[in-house]
Each structure stands twice: as C-alpha cells, then as structure tokens.
Design a protein. Structure first.
Length: 73
C-alpha cells in the first residue's frame, strides 16, 4: 500500500486478504468511523470523478472492529 491511497485501493487489499468481496458502502463507513485514516487533501485523477487520497492516521493504538467486515448479502 503506498503512503497515500484511495478507499477503493484499501478495500481491494482487504478483499484479497479475506478472499471475498466486501460491501463498498459499509467498508467506507467503517473505515472512516474508526478514525484510523485521515484525508491528505490530495486527489487521484482518473477517467471518472477524482478520488480522495487517505493515509493511515498517526495513532498509537490498535483498533478492533466490533463486527466482522462482510460482503454483500
């Protein structure tokens, strides 16, 4: 994972590790609610709308999700 990444790139890594798809909306909400990421203020340009770039927040604690991250039902 590069120092700055999109939420889609982060989600793809989770999907590879878990070997199953993850629901996009839930993943984004849980990552942002956990406050383990921070916006860099930069954007990745592409063929569609520019995507916000994030980095791992400078926190000195572990974060545990209370529920598993699951795929679409």
């Amino acid at each position: 994972l590069p120092p700055e990444f999109t939420l889609t790139e982060l989600q793809r890594i989770f999907e590879v590790i878990l070997a199953e798809p993850i629901e996009k909306k839930s993943f984004r909400r849980r990552m942002l609610d956990a406050q383990i990421l921070e916006e860099t203020g930069n954007f990745r340009e592409g063929s569609t709308r520019p995507a916000k770039l994030y980095r791992v927040a400078d926190i000195n604690t572990n974060y545990f999700f209370t529920r598993n991250i699951e795929g679409p039902r």
